[in-house]
Design a protein around this ligand. Sequence first.
Ligand code: G
Ligand code: G
Ligand code: MN
Ligand code: NA
Length: 257
Amino acid sequence: LALENALRQALRDEQLELHYQPQVDLAQGRIVGVEALLRWQHPTLGRIPPDRFIPIAEETGLIVPIGDWVLRRAIEQAADWQRAGLPPVRVAVNLSARQLLQPDLARRIEQMLASAGLDPRLLGVEVTESMLIANFDQAVQHLEALRALGVEISLDDFGTGYSSLSYLRRLPVDLIKIDRSLVPDVTAPADDVSITRAIITMAHQLRMRVLAEGVECEGQAALLASHQCDQIQGYWCSAAVPAAALEAMLRDSRDSR
Ligand code: G
Ligand code: G
Ligand code: MN
Ligand code: NA
């Protein structure tokens, strides 16, 4: 309860902030997207990690106003970057199960895009399979409506929990994010690579692109590139950084072309 009240206050007092982790396209060799990740700096408790407060936000329903704040902030940030003349970069937002249960989710996102003047193709949403199960048909309708606008749909944490291949075929998904537990360590046994390779092949056959998460070294990036993985995200490219730092990275990459 203490943390719940603190979280309520955090939303009011602007203690929440978004950081952005780059998503790099291996063929183009540039940042094509970023994942927006919530950060909470409490005035006395200090930094509280998302895996501590997101579950509380979900249980209490606070994730709905927080999720709205995240969407609005991410969309405004993406629009600002475009107006500043930076290279096009898509901003991907994590959705939660509760948000997908809201009947007007897609319409509200459309309104946010319109009022910020952002091309919907520069927004992405990340969902996990487990959060779709509660109301599969409605979730699919939301994703289809968003996709029709041009919003990119990513399937997060792929390969963990229940990944049902029969579901996958029915989901409107553009990008599969391979969970970092399935991304091979370059020194690891060969069967790790075969799982990664199988996911990449399957995704491409379903006309989806693939991103590998948790890439921490050049060897992993090279291995993934050799298996036609489309994008990577992880500490090797960059951890999640504040907006100003991300902007500097985009500016550098533009100026070095
Ligand atoms: O950034 P990492 O720092 O620790 O994020 C931890 C977890 O918190 C991730 O699984 C991520 O999906 C989740 N998370 C981060 N930001 C958000 C957000 O804005 N909304 C939701 N629903 N989850 C988020
Ligand atoms: O949405 P998701 O569950 O994927 O959130 C991403 C999480 O992964 C965040 O907690 C982020 O801090 C973490 N992360 C990002 N890049 C790396 C990485 O290269 N290695 C490890 N171990 N964790 C990472
Ligand atoms: Mn994610
Ligand atoms: Na993930």
